[in-house]
Write a new protein. Structure first.
Length: 663
């Protein structure tokens, strides 16, 4: 071999064996333990109580053209305890306070490994202190789980049988394949987060954060093994404009490495979030906590809120005296609706810029943007513009400055569809440029959150979720309902979702059908209401037409009044793929939401965490015919019982939502 390589792991080269040494790190409450074994290979394992939930697994980093071969030649090890306190203005709580223990290993050749152990998870990352730039050929992550572990795998949404190269280009939207690990499809890439459930019922959610100048990680499993192996897209060599309306970057050639990057840097954190109970996953903070601190000193201009959104409902206003579509009269109606209901934003989705030009400076003749901005400003509403990736990427500085000066407040950037190194770098650069111009970003058609939302809180949402838009075209046997009670325990551990809920046409199990221009949801009306509490979305869509909401004033008032960021989150009973419930507080007001799968269910909610006093509860619950007619619901107002206990009945595919106010 002509290429010299530096490893933190042994890779079948003839070298002198090094004696193994084992180091142990405990969580503050002593319930989690991680062991790091050094020697000819670098191994990491995790135990929860008496159960080993991650069997010694090989980890490492391979860097091209380095003279020294580092097995696990430990130069020194430092250990410390720490407590971190983080203010979180755009999050599911207003602050995080978390303690942990850390070991930092320094190896010969200026390589380091940091391992942290918290009460609810373990994380590790590599660091290098090398001169000049380096080429990372691969990162080794061969995670071994106990026999009979079950995986919850979201594959890239390409066709089964597509080669790995084709799978790098995908929208990161799919339902979950729930199988024993050896039965997962070993030919299909799985995108993070990935959940493993051990035979004893422990949850291990695998994810990453502080991903910067580096590709995102996929996993490959199956092949009759209980291993999940890390995999990264090689760095593109040639990218050409193409795809949807010429708005995507199509990789034509790739290098034989995953990243060319600085030699002095920290690599992404690899996180194993660990819980005993499924619902505890809903309140895990490690992805946010371990991300780089905010680069925006003054964050007061970052305004979370609701959006009156046009694309899902296909601009289908009714009872108006003008032809609806991508024109000023239509958007003025959306703005008026938003203003009357205290909705902060209107998005102009695809169609406002000239099609097939990938040029955001060319606006269609029927749209007068300065006039719309002025119209909205007079009504205390702000505008956000949809932007295809290529159209925005080609001239980010000029486009952002131009529309910021006009008064536009953000971009919804779509069709990214990759997470290789250049795409991750684009997302960081877009975040910086928009922050400099006081503009928000909603990344759509993108990978999961990876910590950027803490470093640049103006990145207010990510898609990377199989959201409600799927019901514009999915067949009748498609099961959105089960997905909705699965992804909060997995995908949402990484951060917020641009799910785009709020349908007022609600199809029960037997009457849902895909209608692209007049779409409906699966499940009940109350399910749609409850998603505004259960799903985390600081920029949260109201996907249906304003005239549809105006026919449903009770539901519209309730949805429009629900906050999008919170002071406190409490987990309530939940079971992956069956049901989910959560309570969230803003100021002194609590909201509770619950979603059900296709079973009949009575859920017991213990709200004893509420402060002493009397509480008025506004409840939206499934009507007796909600299974047949999803729009059947009942609104009732009660005084919360003194024992703070409630029994909640949900129809198959149903939901339950409540607002709790002290009096």
């Amino acid at each position: 071999m002509n290429t010299k390589a530096t490893f933190l792991v042994l890779c079948l080269l003839p070298v002198t064996l090094v004696a193994q040494k084992k180091y142990t790190l405990h969580s503050p409450n002593q319930k989690l333990k991680t062991e790091i074994t050094t020697g000819d290979r670098l191994l990491l394992s995790i135990s929860a109580g008496d159960e080993e939930i991650l069997i010694p697994s090989e980890i490492g980093l391979r860097i091209k053209d380095r003279d020294a071969f580092v097995r696990s030649d430990v130069r020194d090890v430092k250990q410390k305890s720490f407590t971190e306190e983080v203010n979180t203005p755009v999050y599911k709580k207003n602050a995080i306070r978390k303690s942990g223990n850390e070991m930092i290993f320094r190896f010969k050749g200026d390589y380091s490994l940091a391992v942290r152990c918290f009460d609810d998870g373990v994380a590790y990352r590599f660091m290098t202190n090398l001169n000049d730039s380096v080429i990372v050929e691969e990162e080794v992550a061969d995670y071994k789980f106990p026999t009979n572990t079950v995986g919850y795998a979201a594959y890239t949404n390409r066709q089964p049988g597509d080669p790995i190269e084709a799978q790098y280009f995908n929208s990161f939207e799919n339902t979950y394949d729930i199988q024993a690990l050896p039965n997962l499809d070993s030919t299909r890439l799985i995108f993070l987060p990935f959940l493993a459930k051990t035979p004893a019922g422990k949850n291990i959610c695998v994810l990453e954060t502080d991903l910067n100048d580096y590709p995102g990680m996929f996993l490959l499993g199956g092949a009759n093994q209980f291993n999940m192996s890390g995999h990264h897209a090689p760095a593109p060599r040639v990218i050409e404009q193409g795809g949807h309306n010429k708005l995507q970057g199509i990789v034509k050639e790739r290098h034989d490495y995953i990243a060319r990057t600085s030699g002095k840097r920290d690599y992404p954190w690899r996180i194993f979030a660990v819980t005993d109970r499924d619902e505890e996953l809903l309140n895990n903070d490690l992805a946010y906590l371990l991300a780089a601190p905010s680069k925006i000193k003054n964050q007061e201009w970052i305004r979370p809120g609701k959006v009156a959104w046009d694309w899902w409902n296909a601009w289908n206003l009714t009872g108006v005296d003008f032809v609806t579509g991508v024109n000023n009269r239509t958007y003025e109606y959306y703005i008026d609706f938003a203003s009357r209901n205290g909705i902060e934003y209107v998005i102009l989705d695809e169609g406002w810029a000239v099609n097939l030009e990938a040029d955001l400076m060319q606006v269609v003749p029927d749209i007068d943007l300065p006039a719309l901005v002025n119209y909205a400003k007079q009504r205390n509403v702000d505008l956000i513009l949809w932007a295809g990736y290529w159209a925005y990427m080609r001239d980010m500085e000029q486009v952002t400055r131009h529309y910021s000066d006009m008064g536009i407040k953000g971009f919804k950037i779509d069709f990214l569809d990759r997470d290789d190194q250049p795409m991750i770098n684009f997302m960081w650069e877009a975040a910086r440029i928009c922050a400099d111009n006081r503009m928000l970003i909603d990344f759509h058609g993108c990978c999961k959150p990876f910590g950027l939302q803490r470093t640049y809180p103006n990145v207010i949402n990510f898609e990377g979720v199989n959201g409600l838009e799927q019901l514009k075209w999915k067949p009748r046997d498609y099961d959105q309902v089960t997905y909705d009670v699965t992804f909060p325990f997995i995908r949402m551990v990484a951060g917020s979702v641009d799910y785009t809920q709020g349908a007022m046409r609600n199809g029960g199990r037997y009457c849902y059908q895909p209608i692209n221009d007049k779409p409906m949801s699966q499940g009940s009306r109350c399910r749609q209401l409850a998603t505004y509490v259960v799903f985390e979305s600081p920029l949260n869509m109201m996907c249906d037409a304003p005239t549809s909401y105006e026919k449903e004033p009770e539901c519209t008032e309730f949805i429009a009044g629900i906050p999008t960021v919170w002071d406190e989150t409490r987990t309530l009973p939940g079971e992956i793929a069956k049901y989910v419930s959560v309570a969230r507080r803003k100021g002194s007001t609590w909201y509770v939401g619950a979603l059900n799968n296709w079973d009949n269910r009575t859920l017991h909610l213990d709200l004893s965490f509420l402060d002493p006093g009397n509480y008025r509860v506004v409840i939206f619950k499934d009507g007796v015919n909600a299974l047949r007619s999803g729009s059947d619901y009942v609104k009732e107002i009660i005084t919360l019982p003194a024992n703070r206990q409630l029994d909640v009945n949900m129809a198959p595919g149903g939901g339950w939502a409540a607002k709790i106010v002290k009096f």
